[in-house]
Design a protein around this ligand. Sequence first.
Ligand code: EPZ
Length: 417
Amino acid sequence: MDKIRIAGGRALHGEVTISGAKNSALPCIAAALLTADIVRLENVPRLVRDVSTMRLLLEHLGCETQWEGNTLSVRAANIDLFEAPYDMVKTMRASVLVLGPLVARFGKAVVSLPGGCAIGARPIDLHLSGLEALGAKINIEHGYVIATAQKLVGAHYRFQTVTVTGTENLIMAAALARGETILENCAMEPEVEDVIRLVRGMGARIEGDNTEILRIHGVDSLHEATHVVIPDRIEAGTFLMAGAVTGGAIQVNRCVPEHLTAAIEKLRENECGIQTGKDWIRIEGPKKLKPSDVETHPYPQFPTDLQAQYMALMTQAEGTSTIHENIFENRFMHVAELRRMGAHIEVDGHLAHVYGKTLLSGAGVMATDLRASASLIIAGLVADGVTMVQRVYHIDRGYERIEEKLRGLGADVERIS
Ligand code: EPZ
């Protein structure tokens, strides 16, 4: 039950290096199930807890895994179990990403239904209807999805709603299906593109990169590959907002500025000074932050995973901004905690009206989910006095050593075990 203590009021300065993307590493690790050969994944955020959970799940299924620094090698040569148990899935709903690869390669997968989540119901109906379109037989028994198929067969499938892990699951399944699959209304997140690059490196035949229509020609088998996981654009965006809120000037290194175009545009509207290079972004927080409304949408628009952090930033803007959360129905859990720190925020369904600028005061606050905890840390950096963030296990799910990285930028932050 670690806590993170933040003494606010210091402007951040210096440089921070971004880790590999959690939301790419997870599906890339699952993709290793598609072959009996070794899959080497470089730039994997080793200290992110969800990565450990996914590695343990694959070992549970019979995989051999090995770390060398931030490189994870996985070999799914002796898979003897096809079940992702409730105890693992309940801690990380991304476990559902083993469904597509298992049923595609072995004709069988037994995966616990993920259940609800703090930010929304998050059903997986589109993952299942997509696999059914490829010929899988899907049964739900005792809280488990049982998917079976002699051999998946290519088909034409349109996602009713854009879904990131749904698209990734279907890409992996279709890669080993017989014939051609056309997927429409696909997610185009950089993490989806990263999975496409890995699976293509394993021998898959996929067309339509960076578009919402993917054409996948199934192959009989896939082979070994080495892949470098992309940097974490959400971690990068989190640090940019931390730099801006403190009125500091920081450089975020080893990131892909193009992956953050929508966030950079928004920060420029807030009057932040931003320069970008090949793999870095430099931000200077303005004397006065200008409010600007935002709407969350699938990539390439403003990501829902930066919504909470942006809200914390807007509490320090000179005026009112409206945040419209379109992706998840319950992703304002951080509002109550920000209010505890003195923020003035009114919620009306999917809209949150943030009345700035309010002086925040340090307080004991409770993290409710991964990105909500990041917003509380950002608020703590600018608050008067000490903020104590509890339940930081949420933040450890998606950030590597965040307190050390913030300290490297001059913040007065420490973890209290
Ligand atoms: C991924 O979740 C990310 N997780 C999430 O990041 C991110 O918030 C989300 O995409 C949106 O960008 C990983 O990549 C591991 P979705 P995912 O399926 O794939 C509805 C973080 O903070 N939907 O794109 O689970 C769903 O309810 C996490 O790192 C269905 O209705 O999200 C939601 O409203 C949080 N049926 C919308 O689609 C389905 O079968 C988008 O969800 C699937 C989804």
